[in-house]
Design a protein around this ligand. Structure first.
Ligand SMILES: [Zn+2]
Length: 106
C-alpha cells in the first residue's frame, strides 16, 4: 500500500513538472518546433578563426581549414560540399519515389 502511494505521488510530481515544462516552452519559445533535436533544419554560418594572427575559414562539417586570410562566405571544404550535394540528391530521389509511387511503372 505504501509502495502504491509512493508510485502515485512520484507520477504526480513527474507529470506536473512535465506539464510545467511544456507550458513554459509554449510561453517563452512559441515558434520552437524541436527541429534542432533531429538536425532537420540546421543553420550554418561561415566559421572564421584567428589562426596565429592570420584568419582562417573552417569547414562546417569536418573543421579543416578551407582558406587562410580574410573572412569569406564559404561554409564547407570541397570534399564536404561534394558529399552534401550527393546526399541532397539521394534525399530528393527518396522523396520522389515515396510521394510519386504510382509514377514508377509508367
Ligand atoms: Zn569539410
Amino acid at each position: 500500500m505504501v509502495g502504491l502511494v509512493c508510485i502515485v505521488l512520484g507520477l504526480l510530481v513527474a507529470v506536473s513538472i512535465w506539464v510545467e515544462g511544456i507550458d513554459s516552452m509554449h510561453k517563452n519559445y512559441p515558434d520552437y518546433k524541436g527541429e534542432d533535436l533531429f538536425n532537420e533544419k540546421e543553420e550554418v554560418y561561415p566559421i572564421h578563426k584567428f589562426n596565429n594572427g592570420r584568419g582562417a575559414m573552417l569547414c562546417n562539417n569536418c573543421r579543416t581549414i578551407i582558406s587562410t586570410g580574410p573572412k569569406t562566405e564559404e561554409l564547407y571544404c570541397e570534399k564536404c560540399r561534394g558529399e552534401r550535394i550527393v546526399q541532397a540528391y539521394y534525399e530528393q530521389m527518396e522523396k520522389e519515389v515515396h510521394f510519386n509511387r504510382e509514377n514508377l511503372n509508367k
